[in-house]
Design a protein around this ligand. Structure first.
Ligand code: AMP
Length: 114
């Protein structure tokens, strides 16, 4: 069951998105407000509101999200590296309550984050 968030609506095709990858477990699409030349969100189809709500049952799914992010990074040619970000909860800066992993790349990224 997908969530009742904007990402749930994207999974159910109720609103459009620029989808770059999909399989049985996850969906990846371009972020509407990109923070880097490449900014793609990888989300599980399962309704997990945030990383801290994941359980041991989600172990394979979480691994799948990371490996999918790696595969997409290769496909879009991020040869010099990239960053994966999961914002969790209020202090983490999470704004959409459906677990998502940001794939950012194609520019040098600063550290520490703001
Ligand atoms: P976070 O702040 O980690 O919760 O990230 C949420 C991200 O979702 C932000 O980078 C937004 O720009 C992005 N976003 C919000 N609505 C959409 C949408 N309809 N399609 C694509 N990305 C979106």
């Amino acid at each position: 069951m997908s969530s009742d968030t904007i990402f749930g609506k994207i999974i159910r095709r109720e609103i459009p998105a620029n989808i770059v990858y999909e399989d049985d477990l996850c969906l990846a699409f371009k972020d509407v407000h990109p923070q880097a030349p490449v900014h793609i969100l990888i989300i599980p189809k399962k309704n997990i509101p945030q990383l801290s709500a994941a359980t041991a049952e989600d172990q394979n799914l979480l691994g799948h999200l990371l490996l999918t992010a790696k595969q997409i990074a290769e496909q879009v040619g991020l040869k010099n590296g990239y960053r994966l970000v999961i914002n969790n909860g209020q202090d983490g800066g999470q704004t959409v309550d459906h677990l998502h992993c940001h794939l950012l790349g194609d520019r040098a990224l600063g550290w520490p984050p703001g």
